[in-house]
Design a protein around this ligand. Structure first.
Ligand SMILES: [Fe+2]
Ligand SMILES: [Fe+2]
Length: 213
């Protein structure tokens, strides 16, 4: 038997999502990691450090995605697309958990700046959701486009021998393209170029800080 969720239930649910996103190793993936049984590469120390930096950026990107979806969930109406949005958010949890696990394998850690980026993305998501569903979905599409570009760059930069990281990023790339298409088909606004350029600048600042911190 299910009962309607009270405000307290909703707050507990939100808090639970925050913890699952920010506490390392707390997220549970619904799908197994695409790295599967692929062999571990023998990387030089410089290659390992570079890969850790890249995977840390991808992990923080997924923290932002979670926060964005959770912020929108709070304010957006989305009568027709809420279910689809929740499915996309679950796929982002998979991405988060896969990146987290890969960082652990590489003896790396997640970014210390994650709480900051979580808060900022949550606020942006909640604001976009409050403006309206067209903007909210447009924001998802523009963000996914941005993430896709990052993933392409990282796929080029990964050490060729690191098949485990590559398999994860390739699967993420496929999912993100799907999220972008869905958000546009669901009626998301296509953001004008200046807005996209602004988002690109913000994400550059994010990637440069997270690579190190
Ligand atoms: Fe993702
Ligand atoms: Fe996505």
């Amino acid at each position: 038997m299910s009962r309607p969720l009270s405000t307290t239930d909703q707050w507990i649910g939100q808090f639970d999502s925050v913890l699952r996103t920010l506490v390392p190793h707390a997220a549970q993936p619904a799908r197994p990691s695409p790295a599967g049984e692929l062999p571990e590469a023998s990387l030089s120390e410089a290659e390992r450090e570079h890969t850790v930096g890249l995977m840390r950026i991808n992990h923080t990107g997924e923290v932002c995605a979670q926060a964005l979806y959770q912020g929108q969930g709070l304010t957006a109406k989305l009568p027709d697309t809420r279910e689809q949005m929740e499915r996309a958010a679950q796929e982002e949890i998979d991405h988060l958990a896969w990146c987290d696990a890969r960082l652990q394998e590489l003896d790396g850690r997640t970014s210390l700046l994650n709480p900051l980026f979580y808060a900022a993305s949550f606020g942006l998501g909640a604001m976009a959701g409050a403006v309206g569903d067209r903007v909210s979905l447009g924001f998802v599409a523009a963000t996914e486009e941005q993430v896709g570009k990052h993933l392409d760059e990282h796929l080029n930069e990964l050490p060729a021998a690191d098949r485990r990281s590559r398999a994860i990023l390739e699967k993420m790339r496929e999912d993100e393209a799907h999220h972008e298409r869905w958000a546009l088909e669901a009626g998301g606004a296509r953001f004008p170029l200046p807005v996209k350029l602004g988002m690109r600048l913000v994400s550059k600042a994010m990637t440069q800080s997270v690579y190190r911190i």
